[in-house]
Design a protein around this ligand. Structure first.
Ligand code: ACO
Length: 428
């Protein structure tokens, strides 16, 4: 709590509101008593000025382009750690010792298989279903399969559900892909790392074993790290809101997946790659920049701009380098990468983008990498969901353990008709 109070005068009455300090970052005004004191709500569509919770997981300074998980900069984590380490860090608050990490990896590895009955669930979908539609359904259905980890008041059950979700998501994602291409499901293999196992389950076929290349495994692991958590973004807030009613974790994560699907959120990397392919060649870029700036044209440069970052997204820096490494390793000469680099340069020097502080976000280059690895665009958001699952479950656990937690219930400014009497249909 800060020594300062914020003073608000409404209708001649003045009241103080406590100002709360975080460990770093903006202070917040505690307005919990505002309605009781004044009979008024705050109005904040999109929650641009509202802190919905306390959290010790992730810190973002959007103006400076800083992203920290439990205090560690994202660049260091992406370059020096592994996705399993980052998962442990987000869930437990500290980096693991060697033994703790080994134990954690063993636990996750032992949960990678899904109930065999779940495979029949897939067959209810059309083959051309979007894999995110399958993910929403299948992840929600997990609550019907794992009854022994749905009691949210039992910390052990919460832990098991968290491990199950992190472990099974690659299997579920790979199965969604296999189903869409008409290939048999590939079971997990416990001798492979989390990320290598996922790549094998996705790309191996009975007729030919897929041997994951270390450069590709490393790039994929980095992509997972870069997407692991991002404080109170739309899908995480959705998970928290769903969980605030006491819903089980599988249902909450399914809600997060639904939110992530949208093109303004997790669907942006798919949209960014589609846009880069549509632009096609460097000479077409000015035409698209002009469209992005035209207020009468709904077109936006996908992969550009961010609600929080008003500077270069620190994840985009790692992503650009990873894209270069992967394309070099695979010997892919994709003109889309040249279009991306040139578009970035032109936009970064254009007054419209400078004034509005629009910079490339994490999604700008990720599509280029994923496409080079062999993923179809429909799978991009699925991969994001896979990686973000740890953030969702860590945030959900933090919320359930928070004594200040209440059911989420925003209020509104009502602008509809005032009370009126019903008129029967023959008199209307
Ligand atoms: N291209 C062109 N103009 C843009 C773009 C863009 N990508 N993004 C924002 N603007 C303009 C808006 O038109 C607006 O202009 P105005 O002030 O003249 O009306 C101004 O910049 C502010 O934009 P808002 O939409 O108000 O900013 P907000 O913070 O609400 O939106 C968002 C952020 C949704 C990410 C937006 O920048 C966008 O749509 N970007 C493209 C989609 C995208 O890449 N999403 C990925 C986000 S990252 C993630 O989810 C992991």
């Amino acid at each position: 709590m800060s020594d300062n109070n914020a003073t608000l005068t409404v209708g001649g009455a003045t009241k103080d509101y406590a100002v709360m300090d975080g460990s770093v970052g903006p202070q917040v005004i505690d307005v919990r008593k505002l309605y009781a004191n004044t009979g008024m709500f705050t109005y904040d569509p999109g929650f641009t000025s509202t802190a919905s919770c306390e959290s010790g997981l992730t810190y973002i300074d959007g103006d400076e382009g800083v992203l920290l998980h439990r205090g560690y900069p994202i660049g260091q984590l992406a370059e020096e750690s592994s996705f399993m380490e980052v998962c442990y860090l987000l869930l437990n608050g500290e980096l693991p010792s060697k033994t703790e990490l080994d134990d954690f990896i063993t636990t996750i590895t032992r949960h990678t298989m899904v109930h065999e009955q779940l495979t029949t669930f897939y067959r209810g979908f059309r083959r051309d279903a979007h894999p995110m539609a399958i993910m929403c359904g299948v992840v929600g259905a997990l609550s019907a399969f794992y009854h022994d980890s749905t009691d949210i008041n039992d910390p052990l059950q919460r832990k098991i559900a968290s491990h199950r979700l992190i472990a099974k998501m690659p299997t579920i994602a790979a199965m969604a892909y296999k189903y869409s291409v008409g290939q048999p499901f590939v079971y997990p293999r416990n001798d492979l790392s989390y990320t290598a196992n996922f790549l094998r389950m996705t790309f191996s076929v009975p007729a030919e074993e897929y041997i994951p290349d270390p450069v590709i495994v490393d790039a994929m692991d980095k992509i997972f790290i870069l997407h692991a958590d991002h404080e109170q973004n739309a899908s995480t807030s959705t998970v928290r809101l769903a969980g605030s009613s006491g819903a089980n974790p599988f249902a909450c994560i399914a809600a997060g997946i639904a939110c992530l699907w949208g093109p303004a959120h997790g669907g942006a990397n798919e949209a960014a790659l589609n846009m880069l392919r549509e632009i096609g060649t460097v000479d077409k870029i000015p035409e698209y920049i002009a469209r992005a700036k035209n207020k009468d044209d709904p077109f936006r440069l996908m992969g550009f701009g961010h609600r929080v970052y008003k500077n270069y997204d620190p994840r985009a820096t790692v992503m650009q380098k990873t894209a270069k490494d992967v394309l070099e390793k695979l010997g892919v000469n994709d003109p889309v990468f040249d279009v991306a680099k040139e578009l970035e340069q032109i936009a970064l020097n254009d007054p419209y983008f400078i004034e509005k502080k629009l910079y490339p976000n994490v999604d700008f280059y990720s599509g280029v990498i994923l496409s080079a690895i062999g993923f179809p665009t429909e799978m991009f958001t699925v991969l994001f969901a896979l990686a973000r699952t740890v953030g969702w479950v860590a945030q959900w656990n933090e919320m359930i353990s928070d004594p200040a937690q209440k059911i989420g219930r925003p209020r509104q400014l009502y602008t509809g008709p005032t009370q009126r009497d019903y008129v029967s249909v023959d008199k209307r």
